[in-house]
Structure formats: C-alpha cells, structure tokens
Write a protein that binds this ligand. Structure first.
Ligand SMILES: [Zn+2]
Ligand SMILES: [Zn+2]
Length: 178
C-alpha cells in the first residue's frame, strides 16, 4: 500500500514528527511513515534573502514520490517564494509533493519561551493543510478547518488540527483516486 511519506529537510530531531504522522494518517486515512533519510536544503538557500526557496525544494523532493502516495517535506529552515516575505509551506495542487516549515511555528521565533506542544499542534495543522492541497483541496471559509488560509501563527492557533466535514469528504475522494 502506498504511503504518505514524511521527509525531513535540514537538521532537527525527527521525534518532532512522531505525533504528526498519526494525525496525518487519521486525516487522510492512509498509512504515514517517516523516511529514514534527510535532505540538505542548502541548494535552495538564497543569501540575498537568507531564506530557502520552497519551490526549489519541491522540485528536489519529486524523486521520493515515485513509490509514495504523497511526500511531505518537513523543513526546519525558513521558506519563501519570491512574491512573499515567507511561506509556512507550499504544495503541488493534486500532488504528489508538498513542503511545510516549522521555522516560524516555534514560539522562539517570536522571542517567546519554547513550547514544544504548541509547536507540534501548529505543525500538525499546517501539515494537514499542505497535504490537503495535494488532494486538490482549496482554501476553506471555515476558520476552524485546517484548510483555512493562515498568514500568521495567530490564525493557525484558531484552527483545528482536522478538516471540516466538507473538506474531509472531498479529501477522501482524492485519496480514493490513488
Ligand atoms: Zn494553503
Ligand atoms: Zn474545510
């Protein structure tokens, strides 16, 4: 059975993903597995911005999708696309790849004390969001749905780590097409 594969990007403790994988498996009803490899994102670093171009990372992780249902890169580094100051993640609509960053999901980024539980909570929401795009889900008007758009962590904190009933049924149709 093809799986949703989590691909660590950059250097971090992958135990962070141990709660993310079951949440994704639950949301999309597919097994979720953490790949025992790591991608060094230095090729996507742009010194003029001191950030990493998420579209270049998406291209680079394509080969990992050959025997997966979907691949979600989870990046420790700060991501951007040229028209925006940053992105929490980027996905290919309809799949197979997406990337999410937890750099700006950490309280430390905002000068606040570390909160690992809050970080995991935010990472689950944004991971469900990006994988949702890979099954053709668009942004949702329900502010509590994981597919609601978020441009700041305060918006993420308003969301649930799950899809609303409407997005959930559309997502499972997408899963059925695998
Ligand atoms: Zn989105
Ligand atoms: Zn929704």
């Amino acid at each position: 059975m093809k799986m949703l594969e989590l691909l660590p990007i950059g250097s971090f403790d992958v135990r962070l993903l141990h709660d993310v994988a079951p949440a994704l498996a639950d949301a999309f009803r597919v097994p979720c597995h953490i790949l025992p490899v790591r991608v060094d994102p230095e090729f996507a670093f742009h010194p003029e911005r001191q950030q990493y171009h998420s579209s270049e990372i998406l291209q680079a992780i394509q080969p990992y999708a050959s025997c997966a249902w979907r691949v979600l890169g989870v990046a420790a580094v700060d991501l951007y696309i040229p028209i925006l100051t940053f992105v929490f993640g980027e996905a290919q609509m309809g799949g197979p790849c997406a990337v999410v960053s937890f750099h700006r999901l950490m309280q430390e980024f905002y000068g606040l004390p570390q909160d690992v539980d809050l970080l995991i909570d935010r990472l689950i929401k944004e991971s469900v969001h990006e994988v949702g795009h890979t099954v053709d889900l668009t942004h949702c008007d329900d502010y509590s749905c994981a597919m609601a758009p978020s441009h700041a962590v305060e918006w993420i904190d308003l969301k649930q780590p799950t899809l609303c009933a409407n997005c959930q049924s559309r997502a499972l149709e997408g899963v059925g097409q695998r």
